[in-house]
Design a protein. Structure first.
Length: 147
């Protein structure tokens, strides 16, 4: 069996060779572009039927589909990334994270937003002053329990 890293490399090579967007790949899989990309990058596991559909869409071997189904080990570097787009998310959380926490607690009480029972959409809003990135995070609220 191939590793998640090798799986991702094969998927990205096939994506580039076919000139497909995540939107097109996700249509072939039958799932959202964000979730599909995340699974292809090794951060989620993909149920068998979706893994097979992805391999068919990208003409990839069964070993890639098998690797897609393996539960991931989610890890990331502790250092702030230097990629400008990813860094901006760190900057947003640094500037607005405490504000988000305060407002969520006021509206929902003591708890967290799930990153498991969760969806995300990334859209483009055309604007004469410059196109806008619209990111919608939608997670179930999980209250802390007292015992």
């Amino acid at each position: 069996m191939i590793s998640k890293d090798a799986m991702t490399i094969e998927i990205l090579k096939a994506k580039e060779a076919k000139g497909l967007s995540w939107e097109h790949i996700a249509e072939g899989v039958g799932m959202s572009p964000v979730w599909t990309a995340s699974a292809c990058l090794g951060m989620n596991s993909m149920p068998e039927q979706y893994a097979k559909a992805l391999c068919e869409t990208l003409d990839l071997p069964d070993e890639v589909g098998t690797a897609l189904q393996v539960c991931p080990h989610k890890h990331w570097d502790k250092a702030v990334p230097t990629d400008p787009l990813i860094y901006r998310f760190y900057e947003m959380i640094n500037v607005y994270g405490e504000t988000m926490k305060q407002i969520i607690h006021e509206k929902f009480g003591d708890g967290i937003m799930s990153a498991i029972d969760f969806s995300m959409d990334i859209d483009k809003e055309e604007n004469p002053a410059g196109d806008r990135v619209v990111i919608t995070l939608n997670g179930k609220f999980l209250p802390y329990k007292s015992w």
